[in-house]
Write a protein that binds this ligand. Structure first.
Ligand code: NAD
Ligand code: KPL
Length: 305
């Protein structure tokens, strides 16, 4: 009998994973915030996944944090700012051999969760898949991509990667997951805040090439200083490639701000600026970018942490 996949965070990415695991016949349980969310979920017949215009519903079992069943495998699919608190609520249910898969973007939340649970195995993930919620309990698979998984303190791949293969979740075990997460963080820092401040699609940054180049140079300096030279390599060229390849898209941060949602700024630009301060690095443009973004968020009534 396969180990149950408990999924914490029934949002876009959590339901995308839960629906595909359930579709493959694997045992999955969705952990919902409270009884009201559980009642809302139980009023529908399961999770609906829309893929290439086709909607299919999968009857995944829901439960609340207070359910008594022990958890051996936990997929944490909350936003970075919610992950440590959400995991803390479940600590009493985690089995001694529990494994957690942390899907958060940026850096900082993964270490916070790992520090809370020194005995659990925490696997970090970085994903280029894209999904959004069309309505409650209905997720649209918007962009095919890849998920890299790795454990910064243990290079051995877990056996349950077979579950992901069976579920058709494209993935790769990465023995240098921190490099991948740092690289993604740098890309997000070079692109996302500027799309918010210039109110443009990613492609609009082609009109701000100098600003992008200056940020890339400072981000590369930071990566080198943080012991991540591989993540710094050809950063500007990749940023320019991503801007071109995603020219018609709005960045995730732009979409968060446009929809009045809290951003993950503290785990992206905030994390980068804190690392610079720790290393006594002067990165004036990056620091100025953070000030501008914080001011912009405050002016729009959004949290700046
Ligand atoms: P989301 O906001 O759609 O989903 C998060 C869910 O977690 C929400 O349903 C929220 O109610 C739930 N949650 C928060 N606290 C909880 C708690 N204490 N108990 C139970 N549930 C709780 O977020 P998302 O878009 O799925 O993103 C999750 C992470 O994945 C983010 O770090 C994001 O940057 C990253 N990511 C998302 C995508 C994407 O396409 N959506 C792609 C790549 C990476
Ligand atoms: O990941 C992204 C995002 O929007 O969050 C890209 C497309 C790379 C822009 O930074």
């Amino acid at each position: 009998m396969s180990t149950t996949w408990h999924v914490l965070g029934a949002g876009s990415l959590g339901t995308l994973w839960a629906a595909r695991l359930a579709r493959a016949g694997l045992p999955v349980r969705l952990i919902l915030r409270d009884k009201a969310r559980l009642a809302s979920y139980q009023a529908v017949s399961g999770l609906t996944l829309v893929e290439q215009g086709q909607a299919r519903t999968y009857p995944v079992t829901g439960e609340t944090v207070d359910s008594p069943e022990p958890i051996h495998r936990l997929l944490v699919a909350c936003k970075a700012y919610d992950a440590p608190g959400a995991v803390a609520q479940l600590e009493h249910r985690l089995a001694p051999d529990a494994e957690l898969i942390l899907l958060q973007n940026g850096l900082g939340s993964q270490d916070a969760v790992a520090a809370q649970l020194p005995l659990a195995r925490c696997i970090f993930a970085s994903s280029t898949e894209g999904a959004f919620r069309e309505s409650d309990w209905c997720v649209v698979f918007a962009g095919h991509g890849y998920t890299w998984l790795g454990d910064a303190s243990h290079p051995t791949a877990p056996l349950w990667l077979d579950d992901l293969r069976g579920a058709g979740i494209p993935h790769e075990w990465n023995t240098d997951i921190l490099t991948r997460l740092w690289r993604k963080l740098a890309l997000n820092c070079a692109i996302n805040p500027l799309t918010v401040l210039h109110q443009c699609r990613n492609g609009g940054l082609q009109d701000h090439q100098c600003e992008v180049a200056t940020l890339c140079a400072e981000l590369a300096e930071l990566l080198e200083c943080c012991g991540q030279p591989a993540a710094a390599q050809d950063l500007q060229a990749e940023v320019e490639r991503v801007i071109q390849a995603t020219a018609a898209n709005y960045s995730s941060m732009y979409q968060d701000v446009a929809n009045g949602r809290r951003t993950e700024i503290s785990y992206l630009l905030g994390y980068a600026c804190q690392a610079a301060t720790r290393h006594q690095l002067s990165l004036p443009h990056l620091q100025q970018l953070q000030v501008r973004l914080v001011n912009h968020l405050s002016a729009h009534g959004l949290p700046s942490d």
